[in-house]
Ligand binder design. Structure first.
Ligand code: URA
Length: 234
């Protein structure tokens, strides 16, 4: 791919803007030698204003989504893309969230520009377990684990029962729930079906990839080993 297109696709501007960056000598190699639009050089040697280029396509990252931000590109309030570098919102191929978390859910949110990978993670066939920790308005009754594991739980206004899910009780009003599907408000609706109400909800892992110690609002690029962990069900 021609350098102008490659750099424009990363969100540095239109092709016209990037051509202008070349003309003004702001695109160089690692030694500071000015590059020209027709040059063919290794990706990792390219600098814009002395900074390395953003990661190439095939970008996957994880964020610790804070409460109060929406998983959408445009919303009147704060959106998850506001927490990333502005260029990441306008890259081609687009960087999309892998499924969504509610505005009032925090925790591990993945983004990728790799459509096939996204599909592999969210496809029910892949059975990637998403684990959530919930605090509840009421004490657990004791029968929720069996209900969630039954494979027969039907959520309100749905016709297909939920796949079996695993509940671990952490305290009287505190539980960890692992689900393999990604239905709308699934965890909140599951606890509602058990006569309870979710007060706080955090996703702590996707497959074998844990949220870990990443602070709220922070993100990091995933390498191939991290991505492989997603498919190693934890
Ligand atoms: N289930 C929910 O209810 N909310 C989320 O954000 C994710 C799963």
């Amino acid at each position: 791919m021609k350098l102008v297109k490659l750099i424009a696709n990363l969100g540095y501007g239109s092709r016209k803007d990037v051509t202008q960056l070349f003309r003004s000598g702001r695109i160089t190699d690692a030694e500071g030698e000015v590059l020209y639009a027709d040059d063919v050089v290794p990706y990792e040697t390219i600098r814009v204003d002395d900074e390395p280029l953003d990661p190439p396509p095939g970008l996957t990252l994880m964020m610790n989504k804070p409460l109060g931000v929406t998983c959408s590109r445009k919303d009147p309030g704060r959106v998850v893309y506001d927490l990333l570098p502005p260029r990441y919102r306008v890259r081609t191929p687009a960087l999309s969230t892998v499924g969504r978390l509610d505005r009032d859910t925090s925790g591990l949110l993945l983004f990728t520009d790799d459509g096939a990978l996204l599909h592999r993670i969210i496809s029910p066939k892949a059975s990637v377990t998403k684990v959530y920790e919930a605090t509840l308005a009421q004490e657990l009754r004791g029968d929720e684990g069996e209900l969630f594991a039954s494979g027969t739980l039907l959520l309100e206004s749905e016709t297909e029962p939920l796949a079996p899910a695993r509940l671990d009780v952490l305290g009287p009003r505190h539980a960890r729930l692992g689900v393999t599907e990604g239905r709308y408000h699934q965890v909140r609706r599951m606890f509602a079906a058990a006569g309870n109400h979710v007060e706080t909800l955090q996703r702590v892992s996707v497959g074998g990839l844990p949220l870990g110690a990443l602070p709220a609002g922070e993100w990091r690029v995933l390498d191939a080993a991290d991505v492989a962990m997603i498919f190693r069900n934890g």
